[in-house]
Design a protein around this ligand. Sequence first.
Ligand code: SF4
Ligand code: SF4
Length: 242
Amino acid sequence: MIIAKKKPIEEIIASLTGDKSVFIVGCGECATVTETGGEKEVAEMKAALEAAGKKVVGVDMVAAGCQELDLKRILRAHKEAAEETDAFLVLSCGAGTQAVREGTDKHVVPGTDSLFLGNIKRSGNYEEKCSLCGKCVLDDYGAICPVTRCAKGLLNGPCGGTNHGKCEVDPDKDCAWVLIYDQLKKEGRTDKLTRVHPPKDWNVVARPGRVAPVREELAKETAGAANSTAGAVKEVAGNKKP
Ligand code: SF4
Ligand code: SF4
């Protein structure tokens, strides 16, 4: 789940300076759960923009803000409003805002600040446990991620500032290394802690990430092979060009 927070209305109004009309796009997935871009927040935003003198020419919800095909369907369904509007305000994560960018040349404005990939503890209570490093090492750490949950991302033990099990950087948070040690002890696997880990190889997460199908027959055609493998699709990692 992408965790985001609402931008202040003053910031949104400032971004919409010069735009008389606005089309609001909400998201039926993460932004609905986090109450930053669901139907209720879209309705509230419509009222706030109208109170600020903007004309709201349309609103709609995408199943998920990051689904570019669904966004294009919505823009086609609202063709007249999409042509009339000066700007789109997107109550979704940054990926959703950029999905709208793919479907229009109009002014596109984000209505939220995207924060992190979060686990849902309960409504309104989210925790970052994975920062998508591209090479998961959880097995060495009792399935508790030091890359994300240690404030310093330490891979070879605690920093020495641990205070009664809490992190010296933020005493409201558990020290990840206390959690890791306690878990490995429960499993009888503290021997894992004797291994020295090399620095993390961040090259495996070359940005922007991409996973795309590659038709094998293209490679075979290039090589002059006679029989292409029609329809064969191969998944490749994000740092390889399709
Ligand atoms: S090591 Fe941590 S940041 Fe990397 S993939 Fe695993 S959980 Fe995510
Ligand atoms: S106190 Fe623990 S979690 Fe905080 S930075 Fe040090 S080792 Fe990491």
